[in-house]
Design a protein. Structure first.
Length: 498
C-alpha cells in the first residue's frame, strides 16, 4: 500500500472514530429540577443524559412511556420540546492526586479559582462496594486527637463511626479536629459538605488553611446554594475521590456533614417523582442509598495495596431523639456512634461526648496497647461519677472519704477530657494524662493544678525526657521501663510546680 493510500486509510479511520452514537428524546415536562422525557427506550437508572448547552442530567427512574431525569446543574432553561441525548453512559468523573488541596463541586469541577485540575483516571460515582474477600479486619488506630474518643470510643482505619447529636453541639468540630490530627500521618482527608449554609463551609475551609492541613485535604461543596442534584451526588463523589487513593494504597478519612440534609434532599426528589412516601414521608429506598454509601468504607488486603477508607458520617437529632427514622437507620449500618450530648455541651463540657450512649463495635482492637491499658476503667469511673453527682446533689456534708475521692477523680476526668476547639491532642500526650490518672497521682492534687498539668506537663516531659514520646510511638505499649520513666517524670513535674 502506497503512503497516499495509508494516509487516506487513516483519515477514514478518524472519520469512523468520530461518529457520535446517541439516542435522542424530547423533553415533555419540567418540574423544578426534574425533567420527564420520552423517546428514550434504552435508558436505565444511573445513566447520564445531556441537554442543550452541555447541561447534564441523571436518570432517576422510568416508566413504559417516559424517563425521569434529575438535572445536575443549578442554572438551566429547559423547555418542553427540547432535545435530550442518551449515550448509554454511567456517571463517571475524574479522580487523581491533583485534587489534593482543592475545593470541588459535586461534578469534580474546581470551585477555588485555582484553575483546572489534571486527572489521573476516571471512576464511576456509583461504584459497587468491595466484597468481604477483598478486605481484612480493621485493627489499626485512626488517631482523632480527641481524648474522649481515642480513650473510650476508639476509631479504627476502615471503620464507619457515626457522630450524632442535636444541632450546635460540636459534631463538626470533632470531625474537623480528626482531620487536623492527621497532619504528618500520610492520611488523605475529604470533607463533604451537604445541604449546609455556605458560610459553614467557609469556616471549615478557613480552619483547614489556618492550621496548614489543606494540602492533604479535598473539600466537596454540596452546600444549600448548589443544585439539588449536586447535593444528592456530593457524598458519592466524595467517596469516589477517596476510593482512588484507597485503591493506590493510601489511608483515607472522609467526613459527611451531614447525612440528615442528604436524606431531606432525597425525600424532596422522591416526592416530586411521585413515589409513595413511607415513614416520615421518606421513600422506601432511603435505607438503601445510605447503606450503599457506608459499605464502601473498609480496609483492603495487602494484595490490593492495603489502602483503607474511614467514614465519619454526621447525623443531626431533634431534641436528643436517636430513635428518629434517619438517625436509627444510620446507627444500624455503622460500626458505632459518638453521641454529642446537648446537656453536657451547655454545661461547658466540650467535646460533649456522652459515654453512656456512645459505643464503638470495634472496641479496644483499634487502640494502642498503651492506650488500652491506661483507659481500661475510664468509662465506668466517669459514669459512676455522674451517678454519684446526681445522688449527692443536695448533700454537701457527711460524705464518706471514698465518696469524696470518687467525686474528686470524676472532676479530674472531666478536666482531662475537656479540650479547646481545633486543638487536637497527640496520642502520647493523652497516654501521659491517663497514666497519671490510673497511677492515682491526681488524688492529692487540686483541680487548678490539673488544668496547669494539662498545659505544661507534656512540654516538660518533651524537654526533660525527649526520647520517651518516640519510644511510646515506636512500641505503642507501656513497657516497665517506660512506666518507671513516666512516673518519675510526672512526680518531678509536681515537685517543681508545687
Amino acid at each position: 500500500m502506497s503512503p497516499t493510500q495509508n494516509l487516506e486509510s487513516e483519515k477514514n479511520q478518524d472519520r469512523v472514530a468520530s461518529f457520535d452514537v446517541r439516542e435522542t428524546g424530547k423533553v415533555r415536562s419540567v418540574k423544578k429540577f426534574l425533567v420527564a422525557a420520552d423517546e428514550l427506550p434504552s435508558c436505565i437508572n444511573g445513566q447520564i443524559v445531556e441537554f442543550k448547552e452541555g447541561k447534564r442530567g441523571l436518570v432517576m427512574g422510568f416508566t413504559e412511556h417516559k424517563a425521569q431525569i434529575l438535572v445536575l446543574d443549578r442554572n438551566f432553561s429547559l423547555r418542553t420540546g427540547d432535545d435530550v441525548y442518551n449515550r448509554g453512559q454511567s456517571l463517571n468523573l475524574p479522580v487523581g492526586e491533583k485534587f489534593l488541596g482543592r475545593i470541588v463541586s459535586s461534578l469534580c469541577e474546581p470551585m477555588d479559582g485555582l484553575g483546572p485540575i489534571e486527572s489521573n483516571d476516571i471512576y464511576p460515582v456509583f461504584f459497587e462496594a468491595r466484597g468481604v474477600m477483598d478486605r481484612v479486619p480493621v485493627d489499626k488506630t485512626l488517631e482523632t486527637g480527641t481524648l474522649a474518643i481515642d480513650a473510650v470510643i476508639p476509631v479504627a482505619k476502615g471503620q464507619r463511626q457515626l457522630i450524632i447529636g442535636d444541632r450546635l453541639t460540636g459534631k463538626t468540630t470533632m470531625a474537623v479536629d480528626a482531620i487536623l490530627n492527621q497532619q504528618g500521618k500520610d492520611v488523605v482527608c475529604i470533607y463533604c459538605c451537604i445541604g449546609k449554609p455556605y458560610v459553614s463551609l467557609i469556616k471549615v475551609i478557613d480552619t483547614l488553611h489556618a492550621k496548614k492541613v489543606m494540602p492533604h485535604c479535598i473539600v466537596v461543596n454540596g452546600t444549600s446554594s448548589t443544585s439539588v442534584g449536586e447535593q444528592y451526588l456530593a457524598p458519592y463523589v466524595a467517596c469516589m475521590l477517596g476510593e482512588y487513593f484507597m485503591n493506590n494504597g493510601k489511608d483515607v478519612l472522609a467526613i459527611f456533614d451531614d447525612l440528615t440534609k442528604h436524606a431531606w434532599v432525597y425525600r424532596q426528589i422522591s416526592l416530586l417523582l411521585e413515589r409513595a412516601p413511607g415513614r416520615e414521608a421518606y421513600p422506601g429506598d432511603i435505607f438503601y442509598i445510605h447503606s450503599q454509601l457506608m459499605e464502601r468504607a473498609g480496609y483492603l488486603k495487602p494484595e490490593l495495596k492495603g489502602g483503607s477508607m474511614t467514614f465519619l458520617p454526621i447525623v443531626e437529632t431533634l431534641q436528643g431523639d436517636m430513635t428518629g427514622y434517619i438517625p436509627n437507620n444510620i446507627v444500624s449500618m455503622t460500626d458505632g456512634q459518638i453521641y454529642s450530648n446537648s446537656t453536657l455541651f451547655y454545661k461547658g463540657i466540650k467535646p460533649a461526648v456522652d459515654f453512656g450512649l456512645s459505643v464503638s463495635r470495634i472496641g479496644s482492637k483499634a487502640q494502642w496497647p498503651a492506650m488500652r491499658e491506661s483507659s481500661r476503667s475510664l468509662r465506668l469511673d466517669y459514669l459512676q461519677y455522674q451517678e454519684l453527682v446526681q445522688m449527692t446533689r443536695l448533700r454537701t456534708t457527711g460524705l464518706s472519704k471514698d465518696a469524696q475521692l470518687r467525686l474528686h477523680r470524676g472532676e479530674v476526668i472531666t478536666q482531662l477530657i475537656m479540650q479547646d476547639k481545633n486543638k487536637p491532642v497527640c496520642m502520647e500526650e493523652q497516654i501521659v494524662y491517663l497514666f497519671a490518672l490510673r497511677s492515682q497521682l491526681f488524688d492529692e492534687v487540686s483541680i487548678a493544678q490539673v488544668k496547669q498539668f494539662k498545659q505544661e506537663c507534656y512540654k516538660f516531659i518533651q524537654k526533660k525526657y525527649p526520647e520517651m514520646a518516640a519510644e511510646m510511638r515506636a512500641s505503642k505499649a507501656l513497657s516497665d521501663a517506660i512506666k518507671e520513666k513516666l512516673k518519675e517524670a510526672i512526680k518531678k513535674y509536681f515537685e517543681e510546680n508545687k
